[in-house]
Design a protein around this ligand. Structure first.
Ligand code: ADP
Ligand code: MG
Length: 587
């Protein structure tokens, strides 16, 4: 075949495919134009998932009649003039491609009127050619109608599954535009049904109610910029118990633009570390503001991806702000159903002997074993529960009052008195959470507490583990684990994290390497911290002495620890004094 320059209509059709992937992309581009035009009301109506028709109507600035045709030219835009402008662009559009692309792929009619104009002007275009134009009556603003989308590009139609799936995607676009612009009134109608309607009153929570329902919206926790973050951040996130099995509820915005960005979504997810079970994701609408020069929205023609110059700063700004909001909103779970009345005794209770038990019903008294002596019982925990080095510096604003340790039950739970009631601590889950968050803190501050081996400890690694060493090395070192090759499959462990001293170093190293053998992602350090914490924490079944329990209680109330272990199980339950009073018939 000889090389030929493609006819303009073919070239336009090919280029259009990049911007206009499906009906939802048309909706997105048109709504972006309305928002860029300063609209305060945007109405969208679709038929057949947008394949039959899409109409977007706004009350924005409108287009001057003499610029109408120009608006449909490729690379015609009012939003920037030079490449320098691109570095500072704050509008949603800037490529000047959307109208041209839509016109290449469908039948388009645009009706527009500027504020000062006496009448509206319209133009009708099909396959990039003007087929009609003139003046008409019409309100100030712009209305664009797109019909028979992709009739000129049948290949595209093959990728479109069903009208209902497309309608759902369009709904998704509108949901996110509405979150980004709570001051704009949005409506979406499909066939005769109203799918979304927002008030434009400026309240994000009201938009979230329109999108997710009032119950979810009421439960959302407000996030405001972290004092420690580099970039201003705001938004709303769900409490952990509102999680979902996928990421569809996570919405991210950079400078008001709805984006898909891995760094930011990992930042939100990591803020929930220890709060959510694996495979569960929050509902979130998080906004981060970055100086325009530090973000590149021109990564893809559909502008859904952005590149952040200071990726790590954006990450930590979002992660910290969300985490702080979650911790501030993390009350100790109340133990429900724990206080069921004891089962009725087999025989009729004899009233007399209860006196000897201080008035307690016999069945209940059986559950009240004496508190263990505060003696030095043999401890398998060694000094794993020693108070943290920096015990004095409790998390600012830590919500909990000190705990008065009462004892241990079943070698599994620690009983304590605290603010308004009795606290039951799961010793393993709680200690694991303490260690996990200490590790993460040390990781973040790059100050691991290290325990050097007096003599290097040889470990045997499997070929898979050896292969994982390279990827895992930076993570290992940042936690204070140093290993080096000795020859063959033998490696030497030179140091381990200080808090891991009661664990077999060999087992620890092997497990970390196993965690890495799938390749090191940006969040493997969480898995490593979880594995160190899990192995170093006291086990259920281990007798704790008073000092160890005190140290655990102290850590739980002074350090920045959520009420769940890294696996998402609660670390503490509370039985309120008032519920005890109720159960004993005192109130
Ligand atoms: P871009 O948005 O990248 O500039 P488009 O092809 O989407 O490119 O639009 C071209 C131009 O048409 C815009 O720059 C804008 O001046 C004008 N325009 C498009 N839609 C509207 C609208 N709804 N209201 C006012 N002007 C619009
Ligand atoms: Mg545009």
């Amino acid at each position: 075949m000889v090389i030929r320059v493609l006819p303009p209509a073919v070239a336009a059709g090919i280029a259009a495919g990049e911007v206009i992937e499906r009906p939802a992309s048309v909706v997105k581009e048109l709504v972006e134009n309305s928002l860029d035009a300063g609209a305060s009301t945007v109405g969208v109506e679709v038929l057949q998932g947008g394949l039959q028709s899409i109409r977007v109507t706004d009350d924005g600035s409108g287009i001057a009649p003499d610029e109408l045709r120009l608006a449909f030219e490729r690379h015609a835009t009012s939003k920037l003039r030079s490449l320098d402008d691109l570095a500072a662009v704050t509008s949603l559009g800037f490529r000047g491609e959307a109208l041209a692309s839509i016109a290449a792929a469908a039948h388009v009619r645009l009706l527009t009127r500027t504020a000062g104009a006496e009448a509206a002007a319209f133009v009708e275009i099909e396959g990039s050619a003007v087929i009609a134009e003139g003046t008409s009556s019409g309100a100030p603003g712009t209305s664009v109608t797109v019909e028979a989308l992709f009739s000129t590009i049948p290949a595209r139609l093959k990728f479109i599954r069903s009208a209902s799936a497309e309608t759902a995607r369009i709904r998704g676009v509108l949901d996110h535009m509405a979150m980004a612009c709570p001051h704009v009134r949005f409506s979406l109608r499909s066939e005769a049904r109203m799918l979304l309607q927002t008030s434009g009153n400026g309240a994000l929570r009201d938009v979230m109610a329109a999108v997710y329902g009032a119950e979810v919206a009421d439960s959302l926790i407000e996030v405001t910029g972290s004092a420690r973050g580099v970039y201003p951040v705001h938004g709303m996130v769900s409490p952990a118990e509102r999680s979902r099995p996928n990421r569809t509820g996570m919405s991210l915005f950079v400078n008001g633009r709805w984006v898909s960005n891995r760094t930011l979504s990992v930042a939100v997810e990591q803020a929930y570390a220890g709060l959510l079970m694996e495979g569960r994701y929050p509902i979130a609408a998080m906004f981060v503001d970055v100086p325009p020069a530090e973000v590149d929205p021109n990564v893809h023609p559909n502008k859904r991806e952005v590149r952040l110059v200071r990726d790590a700063d954006a990450f930590s700004s979002v992660q910290r702000a969300v985490r702080e909001a979650l911790l501030a909103d993390s009350p100790v779970a109340e133990a429900r159903g724990l206080l069921a009345p004891p089962p009725a005794p087999a025989q009729a209770p004899t009233p007399a002997p209860t006196l000897a038990l201080g008035g307690l019903a016999p069945a209940l008294s059986a559950g009240l074993a004496p508190l263990p002596e505060p003696s030095a019982s043999p401890s398998g925990g060694e000094d794993a529960l020693a108070a943290p080095a920096a015990a004095g510096q409790g998390a600012p604003g830590s919500p909990r009052a000190p705990l008065r340790i009462l004892g241990q039950i079943s070698n599994m739970f620690v009983v304590a008195e605290g603010a308004d009631g009795m606290y039951l601590i799961d010793q393993h889950a709680a200690h694991e959470a303490v260690l996990y968050y200490r590790l993460l803190r040390q990781w973040e501050e790059r100050r691991p507490e290290v325990q050097s081996m007096l003599e290097p400890l040889p470990v045997e690694l499997t070929p898979e583990q050896v292969e994982a060493v390279a990827g895992a090395q930076p993570t290992l070192e940042r936690y204070g684990v140093r290993i080096e090759p000795f020859g063959g499959s033998t490696w030497l462990v030179r140091s381990v994290p200080l808090m891991a001293r009661s664990v077999s170093a060999a087992k620890l190293v092997a497990e970390i390497l196993d965690a890495h053998s799938g390749g090191a992602g940006s969040d493997t350090h969480l898995a490593v911290a979880a594995s160190i914490a899990c192995h170093s924490a006291v086990r259920a079944g281990q007798t704790l002495d008073r000092q160890e329990m005190e140290a655990l209680g102290h850590a739980l109330t002074t350090e920045d620890i959520p009420q769940h272990c890294p696996h998402g199980r609660p670390t503490m339950l509370r039985v309120t004094t008032s519920s005890l009073e109720r159960e004993f018939g005192r109130s």
